[in-house]
Write a new protein. Structure first.
Length: 151
C-alpha cells in the first residue's frame, strides 16, 4: 500500500470539508440577504415569523461551521508520512471486509479502483480499530473484522 493512496485519501477529505464549507457559506449569505431585504409589511406577525425562521436557519448554519472547523482541526493533526504498525489517526486500514481511512467522517472514497471509507476515530468502527495491529480481530455488527494491512 503506497503513501500515494494515503495522500489521495487525505486530499479527498480536504475537498469534502472545503465543499461543505462553501455550501454552508452560500446558505449563510443567502439568509443574510433575505434578512436584509425583508421589509415590514402590513402582515406584521408573518414578517416576524419569517425573520425568526431565517434566524433559526442562520444558527443551524453556524453550528455546521463549528463542525466543519472541527473536521479541519482533525485533518491538520494528520501526518500522512507517518506509518506505524498500530492503527492511529491518519492510518489506512485494509481488513477482510472493507478498507478504511481513519480521519474524518467523509464517507465512501474510491482511489485506484478500490473503495475506502473515511471514518472518524469517534465513530463506532473507528473506536474499535484504533490501537489495533495487523492480524488483530474485532467484532462489528456481528461481523468478525481482521486487519490485513496498516499504512
Amino acid at each position: 500500500m503506497s503513501s500515494k493512496i494515503k495522500e489521495a485519501l487525505f486530499k479527498e477529505c480536504e475537498a469534502f470539508v472545503n465543499k461543505r464549507l462553501q455550501t454552508v457559506e452560500e446558505v449563510i449569505s443567502s439568509h443574510q440577504k433575505a434578512l436584509q431585504s425583508e421589509t415590514k409589511s402590513s402582515a406584521g406577525d408573518k414578517h416576524e415569523t419569517g425573520r425568526a425562521m431565517l434566524q433559526l436557519e442562520m444558527e443551524k448554519a453556524g453550528q455546521q461551521i463549528l463542525g466543519i472547523n472541527q473536521m479541519k482541526l482533525v485533518l491538520s493533526k494528520i501526518d500522512i508520512s507517518n506509518s506505524t504498525e498500530v492503527v492511529h489517526l491518519g492510518s489506512v486500514i485494509e481488513t477482510n471486509s472493507s478498507n478504511y481511512f481513519l480521519s474524518i467522517s467523509a464517507g465512501r472514497i474510491i482511489v485506484e479502483d478500490k473503495i475506502y471509507f473515511a471514518i472518524s476515530i469517534l465513530s463506532p468502527i473507528g473506536k474499535l480499530l484504533l490501537g489495533k495491529k495487523i492480524n488483530d480481530e474485532c467484532l462489528f455488527r456481528g461481523e468478525k473484522i481482521q486487519i490485513k494491512k496498516i499504512n
